[in-house]
Design a binder for this molecule. Structure first.
Ligand code: ZN
Ligand code: ZN
Length: 305
């Protein structure tokens, strides 16, 4: 199939736009979208130190590669990468993330659940079951990432969130009766409240992975890429993802629609008063106590400031 913008062979098809694109036109389209998102939100300011959350999957690698390219001539902006080893066997390849960061020429920092909390995700799943472990992981991972970021003077943490992630988050929130998470998004990194940025939030996951592959061809570090194992079968989110994927296969605009609706709803309720939030961490309080802080108490070994 030919590129819709030139005569070269297309490598990407965008089902939502009906366009076929060659590598050059795909990169142009992709980077323009991510730049527009950054500009709209004012996510890049002089003096920023941006840390990319790098878990070793293709999307994180793509985000790091993109930000490196974007800030090549910006001496006023510092980039680094942070990896959290949650202790899921076979998930995060720590050495590989370190190599990826080195190949991109940025500082790399790392932390682990084992060191910080004295446990691993594998152990937590065994002890408390997958549901509780997932809930705890969500809190502990961002807390640790934020702590490391704070130590190094990071001003924003960058996450490779895609349209697919936002759509799934919203869909899961609807199914789990936690829609307040969508209505009142909390765009910070754990307890430290370092702002979170998501330059790929308007780009579908398959395109982000394609971008990583194309970039990787340039840097020769293709080994770092593996499909995101987040869905690796334990949580309610995995079931929601399967259902959503099945539906979206025949209706390609579905995930965009969900992700956009989530943003629209949050915009509508933003003008209203925020429901009660935790005085310690700022998250929404449901059922009389802060669920995130009760997780923190459980896993805290007394070293948190
Ligand atoms: Zn082209
Ligand atoms: Zn709290």
């Amino acid at each position: 199939m030919q590129c819709d913008a030139c005569r070269h062979e297309a490598v990407v098809f965008q089902p939502y736009s009906g366009k076929h694109l060659c590598p050059a036109h795909f990169l142009k389209d992709f980077e323009a979208k991510a730049k527009r998102t950054i500009r709209l939100h004012g996510w890049l300011r002089p003096g920023d130190h941006i840390a990319v959350a790098l878990s070793g999957d293709a999307t994180g690698t793509a985000l790091l590669a993109f930000l490196v390219k974007l800030t090549t001539n910006r001496r006023d902006i510092r980039l680094s990468a942070i990896t959290i080893d949650t202790g899921i066997r076979g998930w995060t390849d720590i050495e590989q993330t370190e190599k990826t960061a080195a190949a991109c020429g940025v500082d790399w920092f790392c932390g682990s659940f084992a060191e910080r909390y004295g446990t691993t995700m594998d152990a937590m799943v065994q002890q408390d079951g997958p549901k509780a472990a997932c809930r705890a992981c969500r809190v502990l991972k961002y807390d640790l990432l934020g702590e490391i970021a704070q130590t190094h003077g990071v001003t924003r943490c960058a996450f490779a969130t895609t349209v697919d992630d936002s759509a799934l988050e919203f869909f899961s929130n609807l199914l789990s009766d936690t829609v307040e998470r969508t209505l009142f998004p909390f765009e910070v990194t754990g307890k430290t409240r370092i702002p979170a940025i998501r330059p790929f939030m308007n780009i579908p996951a398959p395109e982000v992975i394609r971008y990583a592959e194309l970039h990787c061809g340039e840097t020769g570090s293709c080994d770092t890429l593996s499909p995101s194992p987040r869905s690796e079968g334990i949580s309610r989110a995995a079931d929601a993802q399967a259902a959503l994927d099945t539906y979206a296969r025949r209706h390609p605009a579905t995930k965009f629609a969900l992700a956009n609706l989530a943003g629209t709803l949050a915009g509508i309720v933003a003008a209203r008063e925020r429901p009660p939030s935790c005085p310690v961490c700022g998250e929404l309080i449901t059922g009389g106590e802060c669920k995130s802080c009760s997780i923190r108490r459980k896993f805290d070994r007394g070293t948190v400031p």
